[in-house]
Design a protein around this ligand. Structure first.
Ligand code: FAD
Length: 566
């Protein structure tokens, strides 16, 4: 057999394997498995260019906060639905979320507690002249008008809301900028809550929705990623399907691919783009590779489906939202000593994805440490969390050839802090092997260790670190921080061994995404809607609102409209 024939044979084999796995996954997933769904009845014209391995009415990309409602809404409208998910489990980053949903408009629970709300009130808050000024008012109008029905939809699909959560949040005790916030009960089965940090009430949204979707016959293709979107012509005609690739448990592609046809449409619900450095630096060039993305070991947010949509003509919407100071990608200070260091949603060895996280991390003690950059120097008041802190963290330090991004930030503390806080300094608390936690008997020894980290591009000078610590200790003695005005100066750092824990800001939100009509249908660069292509959640641009409310409501709209348009 010639080399060429061998390669062809290998490809056939891998396609057959993928096809078998697709069938297996669907069957194991508990949905309605049907050979008809794999019939491949594409027109002669289409099959000429794409060899289809399967066919459904609607393909939803991503099984998180927006994908699950999209799938259920499309299924409720009578469509055969397949959800393709990169991770081996359902839930997206939503499963790690606190579950506080910004949803209002006067829904059942608000009425019960006497809360005076209406779609118009929510609309005026989301379309004002301040930070929300770049919102697409047409899209926002549809979004607010669908909130009450979406609340009913969530309850009808098994989400069990916590009345107390709604009342508490009404008093404004949480930070999300909403007319109201409504929180479900946390999912009671601990092993299927991705994070063992308690209070991950997002699990109380996604697990009931997953159950409902499966009961209704939605099928899930897990551990597969969408890499391309097929359109009839490169920039015209309908979107007719997707190319998927099987991925391993480390999120890496296996080169086993399939083409899946979507008779009615494709809905992009693949989350934000914060883990794609090239994409996020289009909006803020400072967000270079050292900044990690919350939840990056639980779900992917690499914008591949959005880029695939852009390759067939899609535009971005409300890009101004992304660069508003203090929001945009929303950097946060997070935990210590673990790569994916968002402040909540940390993992323990019992978590199904702990093998990717490698450590639980430490609860930060900002008033017991100093924060230094890769050069061993402080840069701001460690106890501050304002925009000024992040603006200064992102200033480059003079690493040759690196003109953007502030480089790693390390929390430096001593044994006395470890004892006071009860910190663990080994597995599973800190990630030493990955290069996110170091120790040394002296400050010089500690500085010399801080090199086995992907983002620390040169040795930290030991004398610089010593000078920084000695100067800080003199501020503790005098009670005045002459450099950055920090008032919390309780403890000297002088009891070896000394420690350095990764404390680089972590990114949290995507505020722009694909441009869409009020029906969540993707719009192209000429302003025309692309037939058969829909978008929801953090993949969607146009609404200036953090989190779950935006994702769930737009997911449901996209699912309904995709089927209605046929
Ligand atoms: C710790 C934490 C706490 C939070 N708390 C709150 C809160 O209390 N309130 C709030 O409103 N918001 C909160 N959020 C934010 C909220 O969870 C997100 O805004 C929301 O989940 C985004 O929904 P989504 O559907 O866009 O993305 P996701 O929920 O992340 O779902 C996207 C899915 O798409 C999959 N995917 C990506 N690319 C592909 C591909 N190419 N092929 C197949 N699948 C793909 C991903 O793996 C993922 O499963 C929190 C987030 C975190 C991490």
């Amino acid at each position: 057999m010639s080399e060429r024939a061998k390669i062809k044979d290998k490809k056939k084999e891998s396609r057959a394997l993928s096809r078998r796995r697709f069938l297996q996954t669907g069957t194991l997933g508990g949905g309605v498995a049907s050979m008809a769904m794999l019939g491949g009845t594409a027109s002669a014209n289409e099959t000429a260019s794409v060899e289809w391995d399967g066919e459904v009415d609607v393909i939803v990309i991503g099984a998180g906060a927006s994908g699950l409602p999209a799938a259920i809404a499309a299924r409720d409208a009578g469509a055969e639905v397949l959800v393709v998910e990169h991770h081996f489990d359902v839930g997206g980053i939503a499963i790690m979320s606190g579950g506080n949903i910004a949803i209002g408009g006067g829904h059942r629970m608000q009425r019960e507690i006497g809360q005076d709300d209406s779609p118009d009130k929510v609309y005026s808050r989301l379309t004002g002249p301040n930070d929300e000024r770049f919102a697409d008012a047409y899209l926002v109008r549809r979004y607010v008008d669908e909130q009450v029905e979406t609340f009913d939809f969530l309850e009808a699909n098994g989400v069990n809301f916590d009345r107390h959560g709604t009342e508490v949040n009404r008093e404004g005790t949480t930070g999300v900028n909403s007319e109201t916030q409504t929180r479900p009960h946390e999912w009671p089965v601990r092993v299927s809550v991705a994070s063992h940090d308690r209070g991950r009430n997002g699990s109380g949204i996604v697990r009931p929705l997953e159950l409902s979707a499966r009961d209704k016959g939605v099928r899930f293709l897990l551990s597969h990623t969408v890499t391309d979107i097929h359109r009839e012509e490169p920039y015209s005609g309908r979107v007719i399907g997707v190319k998927v690739e099987e991925v391993d448990r480390w999120f890496q592609g296996t080169y086993r691919t399939m083409n899946l046809r979507a008779r009615k449409g494709v809905i992009i619900c693949s989350g934000g783009h914060g883990h794609n450095v090239a994409f996020r630096t289009m909006f803020d060039p400072r967000l270079t590779e050292e900044y990690q993305w919350h939840g990056q070991h639980t779900a992917v947010a690499n914008a591949v489906p959005s880029i695939a949509a852009m390759k067939v003509g899609a535009a971005l919407g409300s890009v101004g939202n992304e660069t508003i100071r203090g929001t945009g990608t929303a950097p946060s200070k997070g935990r210590w000593a673990v790569q994916d260091n968002y402040v909540r949603g940390h993992q323990t060895p019992e978590s199904a994805t702990f093998f990717r996280h490698r450590a639980t991390g430490l609860d930060a003690a900002w008033d017991e440490c100093i924060l230094v950059k890769e050069n061993g120097k402080r840069f701001w008041d460690e106890t501050d969390s304002s925009d000024d802190f992040f603006a200064n963290a992102l200033i480059p330090t003079g690493v040759p050839g690196k003109l953007l991004g502030g480089g790693p930030v390390w929390a430096i503390f001593d044994q006395a802090t470890v004892d006071r806080r009860g910190y663990g300094t080994g597995y599973p608390d800190v990630d030493r092997a990955g290069g996110y936690f170091f120790s040394g008997e002296t400050l010089e020894e500690l500085a010399a260790q801080i090199i086995n980290n992907t983002y620390q591009l040169r040795h930290m000078p030991g004398d610089a670190l010593r000078e920084t610590v000695e100067r800080f200790n003199s501020f503790v003695d005098s009670g005045t921080d002459e450099d950055f005005g920090r008032s919390a100066l309780k403890y000297r750092i002088d009891t070896g061994p000394f420690y350095a824990a990764w404390s680089t800001p972590c990114l949290h939100d995507s505020y722009t995404g694909l441009r869409a009509t009020p029906n969540c249908q993707v719009v192209d660069l000429t302003g025309n809607a692309i037939p058969g292509l829909y978008v929801a959640g953090e993949s969607l641009g146009g609404i200036f609102e953090h989190g779950l409310g935006r994702c769930i409501v737009t997911g449901r709209i996209a699912g309904m409209e995709c089927v209605a348009a046929g």
